[in-house]
Design a protein around this ligand. Structure first.
Ligand code: GRF
Length: 197
């Protein structure tokens, strides 16, 4: 059965494009949504022949209440979504650091100039806490002493473009699960809390 996803972004849209290219020829219908009328992500959607929509932040609840997506994918969406919107679907986000380190803006730069030796990319469920939802997938990037910032930034973006579509596909196939599920948690924590042991 055809799955349908919305990709929400406010800016460049390179992750959106990687997702579109990955799912070309597969049974997944993509809609691009942006809260910024002039965002390049909308231009990309037009060029790629993907349905797109300018969706002001205030209209999110109405839109996602009326349209049923299997998954809503944030890719450079620059606003925090409130619970009344998040309750209308499953939302995932990608962040260019190893969360919970370097939440928020300019994470690639802040990680690099802090001198960390390992950073990376995180995909996580979305909550109304900035970059705070439960982690689904992470992949590291090592930073050698010789590495320049531009090189590191390119590596992070290339990794995002590779990892995000694969994880989205696994979620759509229902193949992403929490190992704690297998252990049968207490019901509220899904395993690992003091009550479960
Ligand atoms: C990416 O680095 C993503 O991790 C972050 O915002 C950036 C979006 O880039 N959340 P793009 O719009 O997909 O090119």
């Amino acid at each position: 059965m055809t799955k349908s996803i919305a990709v929400m972004g406010s800016g460049n849209g390179s992750n959106f494009q990687a997702i579109v290219e990955y799912f070309k020829g597969k049974d997944v219908k993509i809609t691009c949504v942006s809260d910024k009328l002039n965002a390049y992500i909308l231009e990309r959607a037009k060029n790629l022949g993907v349905d797109f929509k300018y969706l002001p932040f205030e209209e999110n609840a109405e839109y996602f209440g009326a349209n049923n997506f299997d998954l809503i994918v944030l890719a450079g969406y620059m606003r925090i979504l409130p619970p009344d919107v998040l309750n209308l679907g499953k939302f995932v986000n990608i962040h260019p650091s190893l969360l919970p380190a370097f939440k928020g803006k300019d994470a690639i730069q802040r990680a690099f100039f802090a001198g960390v030796k390992v950073s990376g990319v995180t995909i996580h469920w979305v909550t109304d806490e900035l970059d705070g939802g439960k982690i689904i997938a992470q992949y590291p990037v090592l930073i050698s002493n010789e590495m320049h910032f531009d090189e590191f930034e390119c590596e992070i973006h290339a990794l995002e473009h590779k990892l995000y579509p694969i994880v989205i596909e696994k979620i759509l196939e229902d193949k992403v699960f929490d190992f704690a599920d297998l252990l049968g948690g207490c019901g509220s924590c899904k395993g690992g809390c003091s009550q479960c042991h």
